[in-house]
Ligand binder design. Structure first.
Ligand SMILES: [Zn+2]
Length: 78
C-alpha cells in the first residue's frame, strides 16, 4: 500500500531505492538485474521491493466516499 521505509527483517533503508527500482522495472528492466545493479543483495530487502503493491490510488476513493457519507449523515442529524 504505502512504500515501506525500512526492511522489516534487517532494518536497512529501502524507501529511497523504491522510486528508482519502480522506474527501471516499468521501463522494461528485469527486476533481478535491476536489483543487482542497485547493489540490493540481501534477499530480505529484495523481497521488500518485489512484494510491495501500490494500491493507494485504488483505496483512496473509498475514504473520500466515506468522508462524503459522514458529512451527509452529520448534516441530516443537525
Ligand atoms: Zn533487509
Amino acid at each position: 500500500m504505502l512504500k515501506p521505509i525500512r526492511c522489516f527483517t534487517c532494518g536497512s533503508l529501502v524507501a529511497e531505492k523504491y522510486s528508482e527500482f519502480d522506474k527501471l522495472v516499468k521501463a522494461g528492466g528485469d527486476p533481478n538485474e535491476v536489483m543487482n545493479s542497485m547493489k540490493i543483495n540481501r534477499y530480505c530487502c529484495r523481497r521488500m521491493l518485489l512484494s510491495n503493491v501500490n494500491i493507494i490510488d485504488h483505496v483512496l476513493p473509498f475514504y473520500e466516499y466515506l468522508a462524503q457519507r459522514r458529512a451527509e449523515f452529520e448534516s441530516d442529524t443537525l
